[in-house]
Design a protein around this ligand. Structure first.
Ligand SMILES: [Zn+2]
Length: 333
């Protein structure tokens, strides 16, 4: 499932793993077939709650009806049978497949184990350290493509302003930055990808704001590319072709985790979860990347907040701090 790794390097790097979610490093051997009892249920492969508890050496594992609780001194993961999401340290992660019940055990798909739980719970086990000193910032929309419209303003203006602030915040933290656009111009999604793919030693962060017909919709959501063979969080059928962006599956979810968890706790926004999608910009890029949705411009309360430059400055600084955390957790040592 995952490549074996050199134990001594992993031990050295494990100290840094805590940076991602503020976790203590979990020491465990690499994901190898011999450590797992694979169950095939309904044509899909799963592992059991007990197997996960044992493999990651959780200090406590409890079953309460449909709930499963895995505890480590600084990490709590909870599952619920039938649910399409799990929680790690109170941050919501959307699964590719729901947790199902089998003989009294809660079962997690091997896709979610390899592509979500493993890189999130122990990011230092990502196969290769990610070498990056550059962040490609993609301000969503532009020119005639206004994006979402709310009572206070337009998405394209908010994404550009937030991206410019993010660029400054990252530079202040020692990163190089490049922007797909730094003024009110139109770019196709393909042009954004082509631009991003020119940069080596870089990660990609696309900034958007959300809209909804329901005025009550609030909150932040962060997207990572859906792994091969899974469907998007918001629907559609599983997609089996590999995409350029899938070469960074583990890094994508680790970056999404770092940014989403940090911003949610910093800004105290509604947590809409870490989600999966096949947005064009995430499909085509050749580097770790995420698409960040910083709240709903259509919401009377959140839209007002997003319209406040001080709030966008806080968001930008929070994302920049999260990138520092991500680099500490999985960057080259
Ligand atoms: Zn958008």
């Amino acid at each position: 499932m995952m490549q074996p790794h050199v134990r001594s390097i992993a031990a050295l790097r494990s100290v840094a793993a805590c940076a991602l979610l503020g976790l203590a490093a979990l020491m465990a051997p690499s994901l190898q077939a011999k450590d797992w009892d694979i169950f095939t249920l309904g044509g899909r492969e799963y592992v059991s709650d007990e197997n996960v508890a044992k493999f990651y050496a959780f200090e406590r594992f409890a079953k309460q009806d449909d709930d499963r609780i895995f505890k480590h001194p600084s990490l709590i993961m909870t599952w619920k049978i039938g649910s399409e999401s799990i929680y790690v340290n109170n941050i919501k992660f959307n699964l590719s497949f729901p947790v199902i019940e089998n003989g009294g055990m809660a079962m997690l798909s091997t896709v979610d184990l390899a592509k979500l739980v493993d890189p999130v719970v122990r990011p230092s086990y990502i196969r290769k350290p990610i070498e990056f000193d550059t962040v490609v910032i993609d301000a969503g929309h532009g020119a005639h493509d206004t994006g979402a419209k709310g009572p206070y303003g337009r998405e394209k203006d908010y994404t550009l302003d937030t991206s410019l602030r993010l660029s400054k915040a990252l530079q202040a933290r020692g990163f190089k930055t490049v922007m797909t656009r730094s003024e009110d111009v139109f770019l196709t999604l393909g042009q954004r990808v082509e631009f991003a793919n020119r940069y080596k030693n870089a990660i990609f962060v696309s900034i958007h704001y959300n809209s909804s017909g329901a005025q009550a919709s609030n909150g932040i959501e962060t997207y990572a590319l859906a792994p091969q063979g899974t469907r998007s969080t918001n629907g559609g059928s599983p997609w089996n072709s590999p995409l350029n962006g899938n070469t960074s599956d583990a890094e994508n979810i680790a970056l999404a985790t770092a940014v989403h968890a940090h911003v949610i706790s910093d800004i105290k926004a509604v947590d809409r979860g870490i989600k999966r999608a096949r947005f064009n910009v995430l499909r085509g890029i050749n580097k770790p990347g995420i698409l960040f949705e910083g709240g709903f411009v259509t919401s009377p309360s959140e839209g007002k907040l997003i319209n406040d430059p001080a709030h966008r400055e806080r968001l930008a600084n929070s994302i920049a701090d999260a990138v520092v955390r991500f680099q500490t957790a999985v960057g080259k040592k």
